[in-house]
Design a protein around this ligand. Sequence first.
Ligand code: CAO
Length: 564
Amino acid sequence: MATEFKLPELGENIESADVVKVLISPGDKVEVDQSVIEIETDKATVEVPSEFSGTVKEVKVKDGDNVKVGSVLFTIDESASDAEPAKVEEEEKTTGETEADKVEEEETTTEEAKADKVEEEPEKEEASETGFVEFKMPELGENIDAADVTKVLVKAGDQINVDDPVVEIETDKATVEVPSEVSGTVKEVKIKDGDKAKVGQVIMIVESSGKTKTEKKREEPKPVEKAPEKTEQKDDHLKSESTKERPDDKIISRASSEMPKKIAPAAPSVRRFAREIGIDIHQVNGSGPGGRISIDDVKDFAKTRNEKINKGGVSGAIGISAEPLPDFSKFGKIEREPMNNIRKKTAEHLSYAWATVPHVTQFDKADITGLEKIRKKFGAKVEQSGGKLTVTAILLKVIAGALKKFPQFNCSIDMDKKEIIYKKYYNVGVAVDTERGLLVPVIKNVDKKNIVELSVELGEIAVKARDKKLGLDEMQGGNFSISNLGGIGGTYFTPIVNTPEVAILGVSRAAWEQVYTDGEFQPKFMMPLSLSYDHRIIDGADAIRFLRWVVDTLENPFLLSLEG
Ligand code: CAO
């Protein structure tokens, strides 16, 4: 029966790709990992490797097509994979690739293959004790290869269910609880509080009761390094054959279900090397056959990047070395304490933003006398829904309207490509002051939520931030940030743009002022606003128009319905 090969997941927010070149035709014999289609996404041009070997039956796409992730690219007869050796010759003719080429190709990847084997062997060994599941530290996000274990939440003998938190970890970005992907009895915990756990490292061994999240996930296409369809197909196969077919699969790797979704045509050893030296493998162009990335490619990429850093001209680095510190203890008693991860990340991120973004801050004041009346009037109604109608919640809605009206505030800049990336969604981050430092959780699709919903979500997300319960996904994807210090005090301040966003609104404490209106001084509740923006993409005139619109809308909330 013909097997369908579908376009695998290509990465976060990538739903489709353009077919640049179809590399196979019906009748072609295809091997696993052979490039079959060249596609272009907005991130890169990549060759999609086949997950099957066999004979191509029908090719369902052509050059220039735009194909959705999950749609069928071609069908293949897998049963024919070992048959028809004569077709090799035919293949050589069609692809122009000779056996000699193949040998060369194989030679170039021998080193990687060896390394892959070394990496894969332990998993094979582990897969020999029935019922025991090895739970590994899942992928935590781009460029995060390890996390500090702040608290181990389980011990040997504990009964756990899928999604139960098992360990609390702190990464550069946040403190999160890692949920279990398996239910059963904890047999052994392999980490302790204070450890540094690497992605892929075994956290615990669980005697599985048979219920795992992975099974659920297996039904979804997960291309990662192996195309999802094969996994999907394998699983169907597994399901149809019940449990008997894998009696020796005793320890199952859980981390694999969380592997990155983009296709990086590189061996695991190369990916690991890239991760270890802090390189995002997806940014590296492969020089090998089919764009395959070798260790040398990663080294070249790192070298070029470092050269740029030294010239002070690359994103991700500042290129300024720290001045030596004086010996403070000469002047009095001192105490040193290590920065926690959030502080380290905040320091790095803000230094980067400050050094790379040409900042300008525009100030204004909004008369929120009327808005305060409305806020007080409808506060109880919002409370019934479990939220608190605060200035920040109202501002979220106002900002969504402003971002729609002024799209240059809802974009990011790609200086390498000299392009502007306009986002067609409206996610707004809110700075939350926590004991451990500043966190900026993101409220998604603000434009689609009403102020009651936003009030509830803001309250929940602020509590989560303070209780260390934020998930990484709740910290990502922001387009614009609001930093409201008004609950604490202050008049004006100059917030730093939360790159790669291009603007941030700082809000200070509203106060009663005598304002000359309609020929007389009147008491008005005035709220100071500070809009910092990236002058590379936003001009001063745009900024004041944006801020004026925000002020007008706060003063005349009806504008939200009229224009927002
Ligand atoms: N002017 C006057 N009063 C204000 C105000 C302002 N700009 N902003 C908030 N308030 C009032 C609220 O109305 C509320 O008063 P009532 O109880 O009388 O209604 C009180 O201050 C407390 O508000 P809040 O802080 O609970 O709620 P919020 O939605 O306004 O803010 C949040 C939520 C998460 C933004 C806030 O709690 C917070 O953490 N702010 C700090 C942000 C920060 O650290 N920024 C700095 C980043 S750069 O270093």
